[in-house]
Design a protein around this ligand. Structure first.
Ligand code: CP
Ligand code: NVA
Length: 306
């Protein structure tokens, strides 16, 4: 079992390649084996944005490990009334064993982690979505057995999911291509970090051309064109992003065995067609299920289980 005892997961770059691959193996084992936490532990979920998959999969993962969960919606805490992060963090630290946070600014998460001694997990920020990518890589490995040398192409907005995918693919020995419209690039610091991890072994390619991106790819991946917090931009983005839709035509350029992933929730007819998401190459439901297994492995390795 990979030991991440007491560690934070603020971004995917917090893991080494070995740790990432060991977590995936552990997640696979947890599909058929039961692990129990060494002592009763409590996970707090502090989510300032909506969530279906992340909230439920973390909760079920913790229950299946024999732990408990408190859903700390900001509206029912003093967070919504402006209690400073550094105060909230030091107080929650005294009650909880681990805290998963979904918020806007990555800096808020970093501040939480600085003031709370307990492990803090990024459950999505504007910058990264590392838990999602653990499930994505698990899903890809289930289909292709070995991640090494595969090419994943993300088509759409250079958002949190794109950022974490670049890191995850580089750590896993995969090539990653991000095809995005001008002005919607992924985070430049993360591009450089991913390229440093990839070294000369694999490629981190940025392109504005979805056709170049899709050619011979093993995985086509997309996400919403306007993320949470960007709702007011959604209409303006529609015509800009239209050429970046994953359609059957785009999919036909990929490897014949290619799979399609989407972190969900999806907007059919925008970033992905109904035909593709419901088609035989779509693995989105396995991908959503794998959130549970991947996060169970993460919690068990952070909190200790056997
Ligand atoms: N993919 C994902 O994080 O979904 P939720 O927003 O429903 O948690
Ligand atoms: N990029 C999306 C992901 C949702 C799971 C968002 O941040 O809203």
């Amino acid at each position: 079992m990979v030991a991440l005892t007491g560690r934070d997961l603020l971004g995917l770059g917090d893991l080494s390649s070995t740790e990432l691959l060991e977590l995936l193996s552990m997640a696979t084992l947890l599909k058929s084996q039961k692990l129990t936490l060494h002592s009763n532990k409590v996970l707090g979920l502090l989510f300032s944005k909506a969530s279906t998959r992340t909230r439920v999969s973390f909760t079920v993962a913790m229950y299946q490990l024999g732990g408990q969960v408190i859903d700390l919606h900001p509206n029912v805490t003093q967070v919504s009334r402006g209690e400073p992060v550094q105060d909230t963090a030091r107080v929650l630290d005294r009650y909880l064993d681990v805290l998963a946070i979904r918020t806007f600014a990555q800096q808020e998460l970093v501040t939480f982690a600085h003031y709370a001694k307990i492990p803090v997990i990024n459950a999505l920020t504007d910058l990264e979505h590392p838990c999602q990518i653990l499930a994505d890589l698990l899903t890809i490995r289930e289909v292709f057995s070995d991640l090494t040398g595969l090419t994943l192409t993300y088509v759409g907005d250079g958002n949190n999911v794109a950022n974490s995918l670049m890191l995850g693919c580089a750590l896993a020995g995969m090539n990653v291509r991000i095809a995005f419209p001008q002005g919607y690039a992924p985070n430049q610091d993360i591009v450089e970090k991913a390229r440093a991890i990839a070294g000369d072994k694999t490629e981190v390619m940025l392109t504005h051309d979805p056709v170049i991106g899709a050619k011979n790819a093993h995985i086509l991946y997309t996400d919403v064109w306007a993320s949470m917090g960007q709702e007011s931009e959604a209409d303006n983005r529609l015509p800009i992003f239209q050429p970046y839709q994953i359609s059957q035509d785009l999919l036909s350029l990929a490897d014949p065995q290619a799979i399609v992933l989407h972190c969900l929730p999806a907007h059919r007819g925008e970033e992905i067609t109904d035909e593709v998401i419901e088609g035989s190459q779509s693995k989105v439901w396995d991908q959503a299920e794998n959130r549970l297994h991947a996060q169970k492995a993460l919690l068990a390795s952070i909190l200790g289980a056997s």
